[in-house]
Each structure stands twice: as C-alpha cells, then as structure tokens.
Design a protein around this ligand. Structure first.
Ligand code: AMP
Length: 182
C-alpha cells in the first residue's frame, strides 16, 4: 500500500521549509503546517492507517518528540498501544538506553524496560517525522529489538535521502518513507 501522487502532493505541499534553522545551512522541515491543515493531516493519517492495518502490529513506538504526534494518533486508529522513545533523562521508570553519534558529539535515547508489557516477540512499528543521518532511528530500532520485541518497520513522513540514513537503517529493519527529498 503506497501513496498516490495526489496524496503525496497534498502532504508535501503542507510541509514548510525554514531556512537556517536551527543553524546556518540547515533547511528545517516544519510539520506544524501539516498538523494544522486538516485535509493534509487527514490524508496522511488515513494513508498510514490503510497501510498498517494489515501488519498485525502490537505497538507503535514514536521518537521524541514529533514521532509522538503521528505515532499516538495512529496507535488509536489501529487499536494498539503506544510507546515513547525519549531523549535521555525523561523516562521515570527503569530504562535501557542507546548512544548514537551526531555531527559533533553523542546523544542518547531511552525506552522503558517493560515498554512492550509481557507480549512475546511484540510486533512494533517505529515512527518519526523525518530521517536525516539515521542515527536517532537506528538507535531507536536497536532499543526495540533489545527489549525482545521485533521492529517490523520504521516509517517516516520525509527522508533526506542524500544523507543516506535509510540505507543504514535497512540493515536492521524495513524502512518506509512517504516523501523522499533528494
Ligand atoms: P537523524 O538522527 O540525523 O536521522 O535526525 C533525525 C531527527 O532529527 C528526527 O527526529 C528529526 O525530527 C530531526 N531532524 C533532523 N534534520 C531535520 C530537518 N532538516 N528538518 C526537521 N527535522 C530534522
């Protein structure tokens, strides 16, 4: 189940480019203009529902923070649970964590040890708004698999394909990006 060209255009046109944010040279893909556009948000969520309703998922895991918006909404539509993967220091219970490298320095994401309850080999969809270098998503997928669950696919509204983050991530899970920026 892939996106029609009309649907892709509606979603693409609703995402705003902000030049030089958060620092010079970065084109920030602003999804707040997708969220406040009920047609575009509806087209997106309906597409995600149609694609994933046959995946037999147990949970959706969203990446801090924009992955929470799409992930939590989709989890409710599919009738499955939602799990947040957060930046270090935000989750209150026992966590496992995974470090990843940034252009300058290191960052870390965490998940609750019991996030997927006691479901054996829970089938999990990972979701975020955008994949750039893939560092965050790779660490997040590793965390899911470390809990004993199975990351069946990672889904992104946008992929900055020129950064090749998807390639790296494909080594540990399936990857689906609605819009590719070359
Ligand atoms: P990365 O780990 O390099 O794949 O970066 C992905 C994370 O950073 C995601 O959570 C994105 O929301 C955010 N991000 C990175 N680059 C951009 C960008 N150009 N526009 C919007 N968000 C971005």
């Amino acid at each position: 189940m892939t996106l029609s060209n009309t649907e892709r255009k509606i979603i693409e046109n609703s995402i705003r480019d902000i030049n030089d944010f958060p620092k010079p040279g970065i084109i920030f893909k602003d999804i707040t203009t997708l969220l406040n556009d009920k047609e575009a948000y509806g087209v997106l969520m309906n597409h995600l529902y149609q694609r994933y309703k046959t995946y037999n998922l147990d949970f959706i895991a969203g990446i801090d923070a924009r992955g929470f918006i799409f992930g939590a909404a989709l989890a409710q539509m599919l009738g499955v649970g939602f799990v947040p993967i957060r930046k270090k220091g935000k989750l209150p219970y026992t966590t496992i964590s995974e470090k990843y490298t940034l252009e300058y320095g290191v960052d870390e994401v965490e998940i609750h040890l019991d996030a997927f309850r006691d479901i054996k080999n829970a089938r999990v969809l990972l979701i975020d708004d955008l994949i750039a270098t893939g560092g965050t998503a790779n660490a997040a997928a590793t965390l899911i698999n470390k809990t004993g669950a199975l990351c069946v696919e990672a889904c992104f509204i946008m992929a900055l394909s020129f950064l090749e983050g998807q390639k790296k991530l494909q080594e540990q899970t399936e990857v689906y990006s609605l819009i590719e920026v070359h």
